[in-house]
Ligand binder design. Structure first.
Ligand code: GTP
Ligand code: ZN
Length: 187
């Protein structure tokens, strides 16, 4: 579990480092608030994404399943600033090994609630699906804005960063991959 007391102490030091007046009323509870916030934002570190994928018994659907543009918020591990956008995830079950749609969303949420880079988050989601469901294939596309590019660094707001991870049949079969891409593009 997250050590809230340690985060609180650490953030108090950050405020001191900034030359802030820790006794002013607006800041009095801020270190505790940040500790609570971080416990939530980084809770995925203590969760096992594979365990969130439960199998639905007795099905025989072996066609494409797509969860389109699921919103997510994550934190860039380089600057501890948010990156946020949406994730599209697809898989084609094998022998009916399907999972719940909300379980797919929980996998995204678990990986998002860690200090991350977008590329790793993308491949971790795809690998988790491949390892847990052993589907015919899986594909994950993330599109996000990084506040470390918008507020600082490049200082160019609104630049979408797109990453994809392609596994199994989506890698081998261009037609299947194309079918998914047109499904994702359609409104
Ligand atoms: N590949 C990748 N890079 C990222 C991500 N988030 C932030 N970065 C980049 O990580 C790099 C960190 O670079 P450093 O040179 O160590 O730090 P910096 O000088 O503060 O970075 P910049 O001023 O933004 O270039 C920067 O180029 C960021 O744009 C991400 O999700 N994936
Ligand atoms: Zn960053």
């Amino acid at each position: 579990m997250v050590d809230r007391e340690k985060i609180e102490r650490g953030f108090r030091m950050v405020l001191e480092g900034l030359g802030e007046d820790l006794s002013r009323p607006g800041l009095a509870e801020t270190p505790a608030r940040v500790a609570t916030l971080y416990a939530d934002l980084f809770s995925g570190l203590f969760q096992k994404p594979a365990e969130t994928l439960s199998l639905i018994e007795g099905e025989s659907f072996d066609e494409m399943v797509v969860l389109k543009r699921l919103p997510f918020y994550s934190m860039c591990e380089h600057h501890f600033l948010p990156f946020f956008g949406h994730a599209s995830i697809a898989y084609i079950p094998d022998h009916g090994r399907m999972t719940g749609l909300s379980d797919l969303g929980r996998v995204v949420e678990t990986y998002a609630r860690r200090a991350q880079i977008q590329e790793r988050m993308t491949s971790q989601i795809a690998d988790c699906l491949m390892e847990t469901l052993t589907p015919q294939g899986a594909m994950v596309i993330l599109e996000a804005e990084h506040l470390c590019l918008s507020m600082r660094g490049l200082k160019k707001p609104g630049v979408p960063v797109v990453t994809s991870a392609v596994r199994g049949i989506f890698l081998k079969n261009a037609k299947t991959r194309q079918e998914l891409l047109s499904l994702i593009r359609s409104s």
